[in-house]
Ligand binder design. Structure first.
Ligand code: NAD
Length: 486
């Protein structure tokens, strides 16, 4: 794609605009180090304009009074438009993020399309109830949009995570101002343009690319924003919650993780090794739910470590645009340095590096880290406690089921977990006792628009996906009382 074809400006009220004083920032292809394009960098005044456009959309009867079937059809049309542009969007995503084109095109894009279709189906099924109350009254509830929703998203699944928020927010009749991550803003901008092309009225979906401390913070603090739907790190989640408190916004936080992937001695070893590798190397380990702690029962520990290291050796880095590549480029120079500092810390604290642990390039360029396995990791080590967000697995030996559960829960996070066992009783017991928003049994990294996803503990609160979570986050309930005796 030629640079002039790439959309790189603010999208406010269905029109392009520049940021205040023409501010821009470069977005870089991490596989080559080259600047893809310079993107408008939204300032607080630009966020004001976007919020005003969204508020105007909420007053505009073209959106406010659109009948729910029409809203559903519009979302469905947007899904069709995304599907028709899937090659272009996947190429943009891979250029911006460094993830293999295979992942962008075959996994992310189909799931984004499905997401818009799933929530298109919700748009005309949002309803209140009638409530039996004391006295001569008729009482009923209306489920109404929250208003203007500020969506703030991270760089690891830029379009997918935008869809997780934007699709349900629009299905529920809200207007959205979206602040994508500064590392990966391009697909979000194109998505908003597609929404206008299929007929979303002006101001319903606005995009303000820019930095967290400027555009993100302005959105969170803005009195014209009614709710913030945030996905990102736990540290920034804390700031968002504090800053949103000033205007008492509705906040939902999808945050970081240090998810355990537990392999019991009775597991099918081959499947468990494959699942552990998928759990940490898919998406370069830049996955909130990455199975970054692999807890292995002592009886099979040595066999597992050998087989897992072999598997990691085969997960070689490559050009993300090559359809055979399964391990792409780390999103930024800063992130590579962060990952490598954890590798260093693992070595210093006495973990045994059995595979990888190197920074490398492809064709002499880019930010790549080899698939890395540390064995003999202790639960207190930094690499077993902090989110690395890279292809680095910490394998921890455990003595038995109880020890596995206790070790798995020894973290501030609670996003996801996996367990590999052929014992159905153990599988269900673990599913109950793990403090995690998602538990996968004999599988890992499964998602569906219909199944809620989100965190326990400091992995946040609120859920993405699923219709109940959408209603909870993106609607509010009004109770109406009608006297029947006068
Ligand atoms: P990040 O927290 O640095 O940034 C996320 C977003 O917040 C970006 O758009 C950023 O610009 C913005 N931001 C930064 N500072 C801000 C501020 N002061 N006010 C408002 N917005 C601000 O996270 P990241 O590095 O982009 O993404 C990786 C993190 O996201 C990891 O911790 C990962 O686990 C988490 N994540 C969670 C989920 C989930 O569903 N729970 C999914 C994907 C990623």
């Amino acid at each position: 794609m030629q640079e002039q074809d790439i959309r790189n400006r603010l999208w406010i009220g269905n029109a392009w605009s520049d940021a205040e004083k023409g501010a821009t920032f470069p977005t870089i292809n991490p596989a080559t180090g080259e600047t893809i394009t310079d993107v408008a960098s939204a300032q607080a005044t630009d966020v004001d304009r976007a919020v005003e456009a969204a508020r105007a959309a909420m007053r505009n009867d073209a959106w406010r009074d659109m009948n729910p079937h029409a809203r559903s059809r519009l979302l469905w049309k947007l899904a069709d438009a995304i599907e028709a542009s899937a090659d272009e969007l996947a190429a943009l995503e891979t250029a911006d993020n460094g993830k293999p084109y295979f992942e962008s095109r075959k996994v992310d894009l189909p799931s984004v399309v499905e997401n818009f279709r799933y929530f298109a189906g919700l748009a005309d099924k949002i309803q209140g109830g009638t409530i039996p109350v004391a006295g001569p009254f008729f009482n009923y509830t209306l489920r109404e949009p929250v208003g203007v929703v500020g969506c703030i998203t991270p760089w690891n699944f830029p379009l997918s995570l935008a869809a997780w928020k934007i699709a349900p927010a629009l299905a529920c009749g809200n207007a959205v101002v979206h602040k994508p991550a500064e590392q990966t803003p391009l697909t979000a901008i194109r998505l908003a343009e597609l929404a206008a092309e299929v007929g979303f009225p002006e101001g319903v979906l606005n995009v303000v690319p820019g930095f967290g401390e400027t555009a993100g913070s302005a959105l969170v603090r803005h009195p014209g924003v009614d709710a913030i739907a945030f996905t990102g790190s736990t540290d920034v989640g804390r700031i968002v919650m504090r800053e949103a408190a000033e205007t008492l916004k509705k906040v939902s936080l999808e945050l970081g993780g240090k998810s355990p992937n537990i392999v019991l001695a009775d597991a099918d070893l081959k499947s468990a090794v494959r699942g552990a590798a998928t759990g940490i190397f898919y998406g370069k380990g830049e996955v909130c739910a990455a199975g970054s702690r692999v807890l292995v029962e002592r009886a099979i520990y040595d066999d597992f470590v050998d087989a897992f290291a072999d598997r990691a050796a085969k997960a070689t880095v490559g050009d993300p645009m090559d359809s055979n590549t399964r391990l792409g480029a780390i999103v930024s120079e800063e992130q590579v340095e962060r990952v490598m500092s954890y590798v260093q810390s693992g070595k210093e604290q006495g973990a045994r590096l059995v595979m990888g642990g190197e920074r490398t390039t492809v064709n002499g360029k880019g930010n790549f880290v080899t698939a890395t396995v540390f064995a003999d990791v202790e639960s207190e080590m930094t690499i077993a406690q902090e989110e690395i967000f890279g292809p680095v697995a910490a394998v921890i030996p455990v003595e038995d089921l109880d020890h596995a559960i206790a070790t798995a829960n020894r973290t501030i996070y609670g996003l996801a977990a996996g367990v590999w066992t052929r014992d159905i009783g153990k599988a269900h017991r673990i599913a109950r006792e793990l403090q995690a928003g998602t538990v996968w049994v004999n599988t890992y990294n499964q998602y569906d628009s219909a199944s809620p996803f989100g965190g326990y503990k400091q992995s946040g609160f609120g859920r993405d996906l699923g219709y109940e979570a959408a209603l909870e986050k993106y609607t509010q309930v009004k109770s109406v009382w009608v006297a029947l005796d006068r």
